[in-house]
Each structure stands twice: as C-alpha cells, then as structure tokens.
Design a protein around this ligand. Structure first.
Ligand code: VG1
Ligand code: CO
Length: 544
C-alpha cells in the first residue's frame, strides 16, 4: 500500500467555531474539503508518530465516508493505532472517556451536534486533545492557520475497513481496532453512580420515566444502561435507533424540538421523570411531571446535592459555568465556600480548570452539564445524576427544584435566539452595542439601574491565555443581567443570542412563569440593542 501525496488548494472557510468546523454536508462533500481539514489538524500537532487516535461520530449522514478518509490519512501520517467505534458510532462524552481511558494522543469527533442531518443537513468535525477535551483556542487557531497554507495532504491508497464488526485490522503500518462504543462509557457511569439505588427506583411500580434519544447517538447508550443494565422496562427509551438523518428531526433537547416528550410529560398520565439528549449525546433536558428544569438550575441543583452521589461524596473542588449561564450556581458555590469560575461559551474553556483540579462540575445554559469524569459535557451522565438524586431524596423533580429555590432564591432565566439573520445586520447590531455600552453604567431603565457593562474577556487561570470579544454583558445593580452574543455553531447566516436573567430571593415573591417574571428586562434588552430595528424581527425564533 502506498502513500499518495495529493495536491490541493486551501479553502478559505475552515475556521473552527465554538465546537469545531460545522458546515453543510454538501460543502464537506466537495473534493479535498474534509481531507484538507484533517491534514491541517495533523500538521498542527507534534509527536503523534506511533500513537493512538480515537475516531467516531454521531452517526449522521457522511459519518462513515468521513471515517474511511480519516483512517487512511491517519495511517499515511504515521499514527500507530486508531480506535474506532463500531458502525462509526461514538457519542461525544464516550469519545472523551475512551481517549482518557486508553491514553490516546487525541481524537476526532464527527458531529454537528443538534443541527439537522441528512444529505441537505449539516456535518462537523472537531479535534480533542489527550485529556479528552475539545482542543483549546491555541490548537484550533493553529489548525486554521495550516488550513490557509495547505498545499498537499497524505492518504493511504487502500481499501475501506469493515466498521460493522468488532475486529482488529491493519492498514499500512497502522492498526485499526473497531470496538464496542458503549462498554467503556457504561463502566465509567457505574463507577460514579449508585446503580443499585437507581435500579430499584427504575424497577419500582410507581415510578416511570421516558428517555428520548431523538434518533441520535445516545439511543444505544441509553438502552444498554437504563434498560439492560438498570432494568427499566423495555420501551423506556424512545427513538432509540440512530438514523443518518435523525428521523428528519432536530435532535436539540429543548421545549421546542423535543415536543413529543414534552407533551407526554405535561399529559394527565405523565411519567415522574423525562429526559432527552442531542445529536452527539452531550446535551440533556431534564423534566419532571409537569415541570421543566432550566439547565442553569440543573447545574446548581447537581452542585448543591453532589455529596449524595457516590462519585462526588468527597465534595466539589469548584464549579465552572459559561458566562451567559445563570448565576444560580454561584450561590451554591458561595454556600459551599468554593469558587465558581466564569468562562467563555464552549466546553473547551473548562478543560484546564478540570485538569488543574480547580473545578469538579461544569455547566452551560445551552442544556450542557458535566464533571471531571470526562472533558465534555455529558447528557446521559446528567440523567443518571438526577436519577440518583431522585432515588436518594425520594422526592419529585419539582419538589427538589422548589426546595432549592426556597433555600438559595430563584434565578429566572431565558434565552431568546434570533436565527438566520443576515450577517451584516447582526454585525451592525453588535458593533452599535459595543459603542452604546460605554454610556450605560448608572443609566436607569424602569426599576433597573445598570451597574456595569463590558465585552466579556477571559484570562485562563492555568495557562494565562486571553480570549476576547466573548459577548456583551450588561449587569444591573440588583444582580439582573442581559447578555448578547453571536452564535459560533450556526451554518446559515448569523444567530443572535440574548440571555436574560433576574434574581428573586424570597419564595413568597417567586412567580411561576419565567417569561412573565422577565418581561421588563426583555423589553429593556430590545431598547438597549435595538433588536427589532436592526433585524426587522418582531420576535425571537426560539425561546428557551
Ligand atoms: C452553542 C451553545 C454553547 C455550546 C455549543 C456547542 O454555541 O451556546 O453553549 O457549547 O453550542 O454545543 P453557540 O456558539 O452556537 O452559542 V454542542 O451540543 O454542539 O457540542
Ligand atoms: Co451536542
């Protein structure tokens, strides 16, 4: 088998976003497009000769073709071994787990997360480093630079590998091991949670749960763990078969897109617990009987109750949340006497904190929670954590959250997304906001006075690297906040995200509906940024 050196030209649009490179499938299918990016990854790394690479994806359309290309390129570039999930399947948290457990040099994850899939949908690729986490900005920056200079890539002239069966193959001088994608991950979960207590909860007659895998990657994981290992009745996991187009759906676990599950959880005969995860299995949504847990509250509740779970019995070293995530976790950290770190959006910023032992739990408002067990957010881990809490506390989801609000106060929270804006007007809105920002401190809007406003920047406490321009943050004197930022994961036009938060300490003043409680701040958010004026939109496309 010979190594081919293929001549190529750079594609100017290969700048990784919040989590890797995401584009339409049709863009990835252009000749050399994927190969250029993969070679740019390898060219930005050093010392991987003879080392192990982990490869897998969320099973979406083009996953298998991409894996065959990556295998042949890894062989041509000198990797010693590639571990690849059977059928090309690996959830994002499972990939992180496998990289760590097998001491791999790194991993390539093929996913566009919750973005729709299929020939007309999206595809994505990202590189994770040896700690199992997404490459930090220094690495993604280097990949981008290599992608702009690339002139050739290397690929082995070889036949495709059979990914459908567990086996060991050789490809040139490299070994390819097709392994079961669930085993290592399931063992890790069993080491963290009280499987006996969760199992007896799931098997008891007056408890019922539903897990919606949304035809995405977590189906096999949820079936193996919840149904086969823990004994939940067959059928507990719905939409369990990963499909190349996710069944035509939009595997984003929120109130809009997981509507079948949501309807069931708000029906007369609702189960006690409901959950869903996204395309690549790292996001989660947690529901009780007629009750929705906002992800920011979920992080705070997990932190406040962590010592009830075997894997976290020793307590937490710290908490970390992305900047737009509500400050509910900060209150728990204060009560526990630990630090709550505030990072830019995207899981890659948590890696150093976790590696340095500065944090144990992490979370983002975008339906992501996780811990130092891996270096990615983890959907099924969150579900098992909640089940462990339900088993120990013997209370409903709603009662656990209401108890939390009574003790710590409630951070009302909502995110308003304006999707598919044209780039020029979205940029105009943000740059106008950067100008207005300076004059905001001390200004009064109704009941709210601005305390400070800034364009969020972050200095990594471990390696000192600086990340700027991470979102406009407006803080009010009562602790309320409005945050504006542009999405880094979309593939069409621009998406403006507006995050709105208000704190209410007293349970007797706490109202049901977050949109009502935030109505004044929502108006102020438009007044300050001129959202309707700049975008021509009367309302957001998605409210969570
Ligand atoms: C979004 C979320 C962010 C999350 C990222 C990746 O990014 O806001 O919190 O880390 O998606 O999630 P953005 O730049 O579009 O706001 V996933 O499930 O793709 O790995
Ligand atoms: Co995801």
């Amino acid at each position: 088998m010979s190594v081919l050196h293929i001549l190529t030209e750079p594609f100017p649009d290969q700048k990784p976003g919040t989590s890797g490179l995401r584009k339409k499938v049709t863009i990835f299918q252009q000749p050399h497009y994927l190969a250029n990016f993969v070679q740019s990854i390898f060219d930005s790394l050093q010392g991987f000769e003879g080392q192990t690479l982990v490869v897998g994806g969320d099973g979406r359309y083009y996953n298998r073709e991409a894996i065959q290309i990556i295998l042949k390129m890894a062989a041509a570039n000198g990797f010693g071994r590639v571990l690849v999930g059977r059928d090309g399947i690996l959830s994002t948290p499972a990939a992180s787990c496998v990289i760590r457990k097998h001491g791999a040099f790194g991993g390539i994850i093929l996913s566009a997360s919750h973005n729709p899939a299929g020939p007309k949908g999206d595809f994505g690729i990202k590189y994770n480093i040896g700690n199992g986490g997404p490459a930090p900005e220094t690495v993604t920056g280097a990949i981008h630079e290599h992608s702009l200079r690339i002139r050739e890539y290397r690929v082995l002239d070889a036949a495709d590998i059979d990914l459908t069966r567990e086996a060991i193959h050789s490809l040139g001088g490299m070994q390819v091991e097709v392994f079961d994608p669930v085993t290592d991950y399931a063992a890790l979960m069993e080491s963290l949670f009280d499987f006996e207590a969760i199992g007896s909860l799931l098997r008891s007659r007056d408890f019922r749960m539903r897990f919606d895998a949304m035809h995405a990657v977590n189906g096999p994981y949820a079936r193996a763990i919840l149904e086969q290992r823990l004994g939940a009745p067959a059928g507990t996991v719905m939409n369990a078969q990963p499909l190349e187009d996710f069944g035509g759906g939009h595997p984003d676990p929120n109130l809009t897109y997981a509507d079948t599950l949501v309807r069931e959880m708000y029906s007369e005969d609702a189960p006690r617990f409901g959950a869903a995860s996204d395309g690549d299995g790292d996001r989660n949504m947690i529901l009780g009987d007629h009750f929705f847990v906002t992800p920011s509250d979920s992080l705070a509740v997990l932190a406040a109750n962590a010592t009830l779970v075997p894997g976290y019995r020793q307590g937490l070293k710290g908490i970390a949340r992305s900047m737009p995530t509500s400050q509910a976790a900060d209150r728990v950290a204060a009560a526990l006497g630990i630090t709550c770190h505030e990072t830019p959006t995207g899981w890659k910023f948590f890696g150093n904190l976790l590696d340095a032992g500065l944090a144990t739990l992490c979370g983002e408002e975008s339906f992501g929670t996780g811990s130092d067990h891996v270096r990615e957010k983890d959907g099924l881990w969150t579900v098992l954590f909640w089940l462990n809490l339900l088993a120990v506390r013997q209370q409903s989801v709603a009662d656990i959250v209401r108890d939390h609000w009574a003790r710590y106060g409630r951070n009302y929270y909502s995110r308003h997304d304006y999707e598919g804006l044209d780039l020029t007007s979205a940029d105009a809105l943000m740059s106008a906001l950067r100008t207005t920002m300076a004059s905001l401190p001390d200004k009064v809007f109704g009941d709210y006075r601005v305390k400070y406003s800034d364009d969020f920047q972050y200095t990594d406490p471990v390696d000192g690297s600086l990340s700027t321009g991470q979102g406009i943050r407006i803080a009010f004197t009562d602790g309320s906040r409005i945050v504006y930022r542009l999405s880094g994961t979309g593939t069409e036009g621009a998406t403006l995200r507006v995050y709105i938060e208000r704190y209410e300490a007293l349970p007797e003043h706490q109202q049901q509906d977050a949109q009502d409680a935030l109505a004044d701040l929502i108006r102020i958010a438009d007044e300050i940024a001129g959202i309707r004026r700049h975008t021509g939109r009367e309302r957001p496309t998605v409210i969570t």
